[in-house]
Design a protein. Structure first.
Length: 365
């Protein structure tokens, strides 16, 4: 009886030891450097760990509540690699090609991610090659405008091919976490109809995963009001950190302008937008700048540097926030023009079109 109890306890102890993850890594030429892993949730840092690389090897251990996409970086080495961290053993091999060519072998989620990556590799190689040509041409100044446009069009076509591969992967493997993750990230490019169709292919378990829940939330929020529809009010912090609703800032005509300090085209358009604001503000026109910045400091600095006189609120979650989902913001700059009844009368307006539209509307009054 004593021997039997001992064996059972020993067995349980061994089972407990096996619960959790292990990352075994090998890397060339970076002895005594630091390897770091980190995970993000809702755009915020969720977990971070680091170890010293010794004799070309490193090891991480711990547990995760679910398979999690994890970013791995090495101090002094350019780039990073994403791996699926699961409660199993994962090996990461990094050779002279660096992190971008790292090979990760692990659990089921990583297996599917590797398959997805393999299917995209031929197009990725073409994109990398074309990107090098464009970058070299711009640096040397040997690229004409026509050549630049041609190469950029080719790059766009290659990206479209890449998207088709991802869509086919989701259709072929709808019940993998990799497919759920890929679909969630595809919300910025897919029509809602196609997006919903792909989501419907997934089983209950996948739809109830963390990515499935994010997709469900997105689909519920994604009103995407068009011209003639009522706008959707929302509340964010203003420059003083006070909760402020769009409805509190509305005038006869209000432009909700989505932008960010890091958005070059947004900043470039600001001087012309200021002229339109100054021309019509006294008549009853207002602009509410909705920033997609994650950094409050950079947001406030951009407002000051560009001398933007209108109201501002901050959407710190950026493209993953509720506001971007509600209005189906796929890129910035973007905007919505509403009248005094809260009806959308313009979307995606460039500055010249905005000015012309306001001329017509104010002349009606």
């Amino acid at each position: 009886m004593f021997v039997l109890v001992f064996l059972i306890l020993a067995s349980c102890k061994n089972e407990k030891k096996k619960v959790g993850y292990e990352i075994h890594g090998t890397v060339e030429g970076f002895n005594d450097s630091i390897c770091e892993i980190s995970q993000y949730q809702d755009e915020s840092l969720y977990f971070k760990d680091s170890v010293v690389i010794k004799d070309g090897k490193f090891k991480f251990t711990g547990t995760v509540d679910r398979p999690r996409r994890t970013m791995l970086k090495i101090k002094g080495m350019p780039g990073r690699v994403q791996v699926w961290l699961e409660n199993t053993q994962t090996t990461v091999t990094i050779n002279d090609d660096g992190l971008i060519k790292a090979i990760a072998v692990g659990g089921k989620a990583q297996e599917m991610a590797n398959l997805h990556k393999l299917k995209k590799r031929p197009i990725r190689n073409k994109i990398d090659s074309l990107g090098n040509i464009i970058m070299t041409g711009r640096k040397t100044g040997n690229l004409t405008d026509q050549e630049n446009d041609t190469l950029s069009s080719r790059m766009q076509a290659l990206n479209e091919e890449l998207y088709k591969i991802t869509d086919a992967f989701i259709r072929d493997f709808p019940n993998s976490l990799e497919s759920a993750r890929a679909l969630n990230e595809s919300r910025f490019r897919l029509d809602k109809e196609v997006f919903t169709e792909l989501f419907a292919l997934m089983n209950d378990k996948t739809q109830e995963s963390i990515y499935g829940k994010e997709i469900v939330r997105y689909l519920k929020l994604n009103v995407d009001p068009q011209i003639g529809d009522k706008y959707v009010d929302f509340e964010l912090n203003n420059v003083k950190g006070q909760k402020t609703k769009i409805s509190e800032l509305r005038e006869k005509y209000t432009l909700i302008e989505f932008w960010a300090s890091w958005c070059g085209p947004c900043r470039k358009a600001n001087p012309a937008l200021k002229k339109v604001y100054e021309k019509f503000h006294e008549k009853g026109f207002n602009i509410v700048g909705v920033s997609m910045d994650h950094s409050k400091e950079k947001w406030l600095k951009a407002i000051k540097v560009d001398s933007l006189p209108w109201d501002h609120i901050l959407n710190e979650k950026g493209p993953w926030g509720d506001v971007a989902s509600i209005y189906n913001i796929r890129g910035i700059p973007d905007n919505i023009l509403i009248d005094d009844n809260g009806i959308v009368i313009g979307r995606h307006l460039v500055v010249d079109d905005l000015e012309a539209k306001l001329e017509i509307e104010f002349n009606k009054k």
